[in-house]
Design a binder for this molecule. Structure first.
Ligand code: NAD
Length: 477
């Protein structure tokens, strides 16, 4: 078992102030793979002090200097790519192929996307009224990340900090701290000055809250549940920090009768199950035009029953376990709620898949005849669970799609390009995918309503970490 009890503060690995062990479990075996420490407010304070000190000089480095460091980080990340993928497989349970092709890949994609954006960022410009506008790093940033796409969230927050001349303290999820520690090693090797990046492990209510409340933090960037996002906002309010939030989702996927039904429905189900359903933007509510409803139900029954769970250390397209026992219990409770509320089970259901009694595996599950008032249609399940809801008209589809507290992503499947644009314009969501159009690196990622505020990735992601200063000169004589 790995001993990973130290924190990365001021350019070195240091012991926690108070010993407080936490075992990191492999979700497929339920066995511990490492021991880490849960940090306290004192550890957070030590890291914030280092970041504050480093800000004085790092904020004054040139874009060229920072680009050179980011290019080095990219080269190191590429060299240690397989190590990152294997770490995510071990602590999250993401299957080997998925870890290599998706989970680790985002670390390259987002870093490159930010490098490209930084090259085009205007730090100084003249306004039409003659005033000068400057963009400056906002300061010391507190970063809190979840476990589901761990290095994705880390790259989306840490890289813009490094790119804009800010400094930071990262508190990654206590369920997946190892990939974050590997990322810290890479930042160290790239040669960023001491104190620019600091990492303290810990849970939300102690280390996370201490970060949100700290008087020397200028901005909090948070990704996780809406519940914790609200807590961070409240904790940050007394010191008037900027707070950006990337929260949950319950994304609608509107399937019109004129779509390529077989291909689009199959791909949509697999997308919902990807990462064991643990994606904030997963298409979890499939709204289906009634004239093709029976056909879609048949496809869903077949695809759902063919979906396989399996050992994450094996190559293949199977899905892995959920991350933790808590998550397993939450997902089971919602599957049971779906059955109790009268939805029709097409595949899966409560309990563990046969042969997978050890590990937090769940059955890939599809419900039909769901209506939008049921818990499985309203609450984020965060497991491989799809709800199918029929509709009669385009207007009704839009109404059901928008009838949610969330607004992260939305999906439209149609053979009519005009309808695709018309419907996309009316969906209250930060990202609309048409006929499988993927999210591309460098485009803003983020949501409306209770899915959060702010945008991550590319130019919009850099802007979140910048202050705007206006410089006024007297009118020319
Ligand atoms: P979570 O909110 O329980 O934890 C996320 C992080 O917040 C962890 O680091 C945790 O320690 C910390 N935290 C928890 N309570 C806190 C508090 N009171 N103060 C400060 N920090 C606190 O969420 P999770 O279970 O790790 O992740 C799943 C959630 O994240 C889902 O709701 C998912 O939709 C969301 N998510 C959103 C996005 C997005 O970009 N919108 C991306 C990934 C995940």
């Amino acid at each position: 078992m790995l001993d990973k009890r130290k924190f990365y503060i001021n350019g070195e690995w240091v012991d926690p102030i108070t010993q407080n062990d936490l075992y990191v479990l492999n979700p497929a075996t339920e066995k511990p793979i490492a021991v880490v420490s849960l940090g306290t407010a004192e550890d957070i304070d030590r890291a914030v002090t280092a970041a504050r000190k480093a800000f004085a000089s790092y904020s004054r480095t040139s874009v060229e200097e920072r680009l050179a460091l980011l290019e080095k980080l990219l080269a190191i990340y590429k060299r240690r790519y397989d190590e990152m993928a294997d770490t995510i497989t071990a602590e999250l349970g993401a299957p080997k192929t998925m870890s290599r092709e998706q989970q680790a890949d985002v670390g390259v994609g987002h870093l490159q996307g930010y490098i490209d954006a930084l090259k085009n960022l205007k730090l100084r410009e003249k306004l039409p009224n003659g005033d000068t506008l400057l963009r400056e790093p906002i300061g010391v940033c507190g970063l809190i990340t979840p476990w589901n796409w761990p290095v994705n969230q880390i790259a989306l927050k840490v890289v813009p900090v490094l790119a804009t001349g800010c400094t930071c303290v990262l508190k990654p999820s206590e369920f997946t701290p190892l990939n974050a520690m590997l990322y810290a090693e890479m930042i160290h090797e790239a040669g960023f000055p001491a104190g620019v990046f600091n990492l303290v492990n810990g849970d939300g209510i102690h280390a996370g809250a201490a970060l949100s409340k700290h008087k020397d933090i200028d901005m909090m960037s948070f990704t996780g549940s809406t519940r914790a996002g609200i807590a961070v906002s409240k904790d940050a309010a007394d010191t008037v920090k900027r707070v950006t939030l990337e929260l949950g989702g319950k994304s609608p996927n509107i399937v019109f009768a004129d779509a390529d039904i077989e291909e689009r429905v199959t791909a949509s189900i697999l997308e919902c199950f990807n990462n064991s359903g643990q994606s904030c933007d997963a298409p979890t509510r499939m709204l289906v035009e009634r004239s093709v409803y029976d056909k879609v139900v048949e496809i869903a029954r077949r695809v759902g029953r063919e979906a396989r769970v399996g050992d994450p250390t094996r190559e293949g397209s199977h899905i892995g376990p959920l991350v933790s026992h808590i998550q397993y219990e939450r997902v089971q409770a919602l599957i049971e709620a779906g059955v109790a509320e009268g939805a029709i089970l097409l595949a899966g259901g409560p309990g563990k898949p046969e042969g997978f009694e050890t590990g937090y595996f769940v059955k890939p599950t599809i419900f039909a005849a769901v209506n939008n008032t049921m818990r499985i249609a309203r609450e984020e399940v965060f497991g491989p669970v799809l709800s199918i809801i029929p509709f009669d008209t385009e207007e009704e589809a839009i109404e059901i799609a928008n009838d949610t507290n969330y607004g992260l992503a939305a999906y439209v499947q149609t053979g009519d390009p005009e309808r695709a644009q018309r419907v996309a314009a009316r969906l209250r969501a930060g990202m609309v995918h048409i006929n499988g159009g993927p999210h591309r690196y460098g485009s803003p990622f983020g949501g409306y309503k209770q899915s959060g505020n702010g945008r991550e990735g590319g130019m919009f992601g850099l802007e979140d970490f910048l202050e705007v200063k206006t410089v006024h000169l007297p009118d020319a004589a």
